[in-house]
Design a protein around this ligand. Structure first.
Ligand SMILES: [Zn+2]
Length: 337
């Protein structure tokens, strides 16, 4: 079993905040999204007055499709955002309310993950002295990382998953997440209707961190980008007759085009045993995080880690019997997962 929290790169601390924080409200997502929107050339000191605009915009945008943005019964601040959406208050009024109430819990809590503060800070609280927060070097470095654009997508995907769970009135760990081939969305069934949750790419990338599952080459989540990741079936689709639930999240990874359908690509070959171990670690990562994929993976592959590794091994051998050929690409970068 590999440990996956030791990777010291900066974006993983940020991911810790977004993916592993226990959410009682969506304010962390709104704050992260607001920070993404800041102009790079601006000063390190961000006045609450300025932060209030993108922060409330993101919340208002999410409130439009997901009225439940908090686990407690009500929030005066969110009520104000809803009023703004209904044209009952002006942008200036919303901004003033946001400065007064919007940041009360989120600035303190932002760097807390699993009851402890993470060791890298992305901003310092200067509300008392300067009416704002001060961005740190860490934040600036984060924006320069090649992964930065992917974080924007991941944050919104995570936000969608969490609010979907609240909308369904269940613990987010209890949602069964399924994958829709045609539109590459994760969805769940609610009252017999299919509810889109998030882009499958954005959700899976939390583990792969912008790199191909097989060869570690960089991949992108931006639609239209030439390096846009393919959502790939680890056990090839060709084996679907003998392998149950081949479309399950347990079997989906992000791959570069070269690995998925390039000259030396995988096609209907079975990934090597080495890669199967990597898949197991990936699934365990999702199970140990608070992602809603947890219950889904447990349901699909087993209650204990031993059962799950047994499941993968059986399925792999079944596929191997029919497809015969094994495959593993040349690594295109260091083995970061
Ligand atoms: Zn690849």
């Amino acid at each position: 079993m590999r440990f996956y929290q030791v990777d010291p790169v900066l974006e993983n601390y940020w991911r810790g905040i977004i993916l592993f924080g226990k959410n009682v409200a969506s304010y962390k997502f709104a704050l992260a999204s607001a920070l993404y929107d800041l102009k790079r050339d601006s000063s390190d000191l961000i006045l609450l007055e300025d932060l209030a605009v993108p922060f409330s915009e993101h919340l208002c945008r999410h409130l439009q499709h997901a009225p439940k943005q908090i686990t407690s019964k009500n929030s005066q601040y969110l009520a104000a955002c809803a009023q703004f959406n209904a044209n009952e208050i002006t942008p200036d009024e919303l901004r003033a309310i946001t400065v007064r109430r919007g940041f009360n819990n989120v600035i303190d809590a932002f760097h807390i993950v699993n009851n402890g503060e993470i060791e890298k800070r992305f901003f310092i609280d200067e509300r008392k002295t300067h009416k704002g927060i001060r961005l740190t070097e860490n934040f600036h470095h984060l924006t320069e990382r090649p992964q930065f654009r992917n974080l924007i997508h991941e944050t919104d995907a995570r936000w969608n998953l969490v609010e979907q769970a609240w909308a369904m009135g269940v613990s987010r760990n209890l949602i069964a997440v399924e994958y829709g081939e045609d539109d590459q969305q994760l969805f769940s069934i609610h009252n017999d209707r299919r509810v889109a949750i998030a882009s499958c790419r954005d959700s899976l990338n939390g583990y792969q961190k912008g790199h191909c599952f097989y060869c570690y080459a960089p991949i992108s989540l931006d639609a239209g980008h030439e390096g846009l990741a393919d959502v790939d079936h680890f056990i090839p689709w060709m084996a679907r007759k003998s392998v149950e639930n081949i479309n399950g999240v347990w079997n989906l990874v992000l791959a570069c085009k070269g690995c998925n359908r390039g000259k030396q690509g995988k096609f209907a070959h079975v990934p090597s045993l080495n890669l199967l171990k990597r898949l197991h670690s990936r699934n365990e990562y999702f199970i140990n995080s608070h992602l809603p994929l947890r219950e889904t993976l447990i349901r699909q592959t087993g209650k204990t880690e031993a059962q799950r590794s047994d499941f993968l091994n059986k399925v792999w051998n079944t596929a191997q019997q029919t497809l015969i050929h094994q495959w593993e690409p040349q690594a295109a970068g260091p083995d970061i997962f």
